[in-house]
Design a protein around this ligand. Sequence first.
Ligand SMILES: Nc1nc2c(ncn2[C@@H]2O[C@H](COP(=O)(O)OP(=O)(O)O)[C@@H](O)[C@H]2O)c(=O)[nH]1
Ligand SMILES: [Mg+2]
Length: 294
Amino acid sequence: MKSGFVAILGRPNVGKSTLINSIVNHNVSIVTDKSQTTRNNIIGIYNASDVQIVFLDTPGIHKPKQQLGKEMNNMAYSAAHDVDVAILVVDASKPFGAGDQFIIEHLDIHNTPLVIVFNKIDLARLNETEELKKTYREIFPKAIFIDTVAKEKFNVDELIKTVVSLLPEGPAYYPSEIVTDKDEIFQIKEIIREKILKSLREEVPHSIAIYMEHIDWDSKPIEIIASIIVEKDSQKGIVIGAGGKRIREIGSYARKDIERLLGKHVYLELKVKVDEDWRNEPKSLKSYGYKYEK
Ligand SMILES: Nc1nc2c(ncn2[C@@H]2O[C@H](COP(=O)(O)OP(=O)(O)O)[C@@H](O)[C@H]2O)c(=O)[nH]1
Ligand SMILES: [Mg+2]
């Protein structure tokens, strides 16, 4: 059989998580319209007869302002090592810019079979995409180019076929019924974070982390108490909303998705806590699950 590891790399917000979800037909990685939604490397496993591909979704590579950003970049850089194929996702509707240059300078993918995915071609003008491709062709003469609309699964089959053709013969690394490496607690925290990101405007979302206070699997309904961590008192008010309206809404949407994930009824309680400047605090980064460790 053919098998191997494939890293999905690129700038924030180009559609990496949408792409991995489309490939494995499962929401393994949260998607929002905010940049830097994904903060950890997340595995999504594609199984077919005689094929297993372990895809790694990664945080978007960007010029970091905080320690959190550095940890996120490190996770992405580490994913690029020792993979059989690298997929670089670019937004086909945006011209080549400093952010693209930053990735090319920092990412060591010149010796790995490379597929460059031009995503969001539904938003792109043909001549602009051609220009973008010319630039990438000069930098990566041997890369394979594929156009996609990850959101609509357009050309995703073609991408899978291409990846398979680049994979070596190998064993199945995971049992075929597993789609992700992340446990349920991680997925629950991500669902809560996704609902917050979707409910808030820019700035505040980047200041948020989720901490699991308590989970009782044996109680009926399953009892979950989680804290939403913010950086400032003013953000606490924004998350709670007037009369607690926003946090009730976040909790209600999150509970529905968590119940779908677990297939059981859930009681969800959300608290809001301030942890000043946690994005620069190594101890906090570790306790919220964002410390990159080899
Ligand atoms: N129009 C369009 N939007 C897309 C496409 N793929 C992803 N998106 C949207 O782009 C945004 C960022 O997607 P996400 O997967 O979170 O990007 P990531 O940060 O690279 O993981 C979301 O709002 C997606 O719905 C696409 O092919 N076309
Ligand atoms: Mg993502």
